[in-house]
Design a protein around this ligand. Structure first.
Ligand code: HEM
Length: 232
């Protein structure tokens, strides 16, 4: 079972992501968007989107730094105070992301205008993200000092997969919730081409972190009066 989940499935899902993303880009380039629903509803979006994006981008940055330079994380963690600072910051950012995600899910499922524009893919994506963030927080709370054991277990496993020599022994004995977190991350990657997640590949997205919150406007010509109507 471990071999299927952590030696074969990573490649199946990675290939799905790569081939699917290239296919969508070449066949349906204009669908390459987060399909903003800001003009449908703005207030709840702000309270969800802001904490979600700040929280998750910084958490993922931590994951990436750990993947690229595990020794620097272990060196940082060698002083207990620095370990506590890193772990508490990671957990706080995870909770911030969870708060934002729950607000976004609530908005998408309760606001009738947003709900009307919500596809099954959006719902599936929300479920996958909720599982991802909840299992991440579960790991951080239940199995202390994850930034240390991440560097010694998940990181060498990820490198073994990336160098096409998968070694499941690194992850085979991890707790169930950790395995769920890792496998769900792969499902998340496999889902990218089918959902609005493709927007993360639009480079300008990174300006969103510091530019003022923008207002999206749609224009529509009234067929009877010929007047231009603005929605925002
Ligand atoms: C879609 C990708 C992922 C997302 C959105 C995500 C999200 C999160 C979140 C929100 C947390 C809790 C906050 C924290 O403690 O940092 C977390 C923790 C954690 N994640 Fe992930 N994660 C992802 C992928 C992965 C992968 C691929 C691995 C390992 C192969 C992994 C391993 C861990 C570990 C070990 C922790 C506990 C860290 C600690 O206690 O300090 N994550 N993740």
């Amino acid at each position: 079972m471990n071999a299927i989940l952590f030696a074969y499935m990573p490649y199946v899902l990675l290939m799905t992501a790569i081939v699917g993303t290239i296919y969508r880009y070449t066949t349906n380039r204009f669908s390459w968007s987060s399909q903003s629903s800001q003009f449908l509803e703005n207030r709840a979006l702000f309270f969800g989107s802001f904490p979600w994006h700040y929280g998750i981008v910084l958490v993922l940055l931590g994951h990436i730094i750990g993947l690229l330079t595990p020794s620097s994380i272990l060196a940082w963690n060698s002083a207990p105070l620095r370990l506590y600072i890193l772990e508490v910051s990671g957990l706080a950012l995870g909770l911030l992301a969870l708060f934002g995600l729950l607000a976004l899910a609530y908005r998408r499922l309760t606001n009738n205008r947003v709900k009307a524009m919500t596809t099954s893919w959006d719902v599936l994506l929300l479920i996958i993200l909720l599982i991802q963030v909840a299992t991440g927080i579960g790991n951080a709370i239940l199995y202390r000092w994850g930034s240390n054991w991440y560097a010694a277990t998940a990181v060498p496993w990820m490198w073994s997969v990336l160098t096409l020599n998968p070694n499941v022994e690194y992850v085979a004995n991890l707790p169930l919730i950790t395995k769920a977190h890792i496998f769900n991350a792969m499902l998340f990657i496999g889902l990218i081409p089918f959902t609005r997640l493709v927007h993360v590949f639009v480079i300008n997205i990174y300006k969103y972190l510091w530019r003022p919150y923008q207002v999206v406007r749609w224009y529509h010509r009234d067929s009877q009066t010929e007047n231009i109507i603005q929605y925002k």
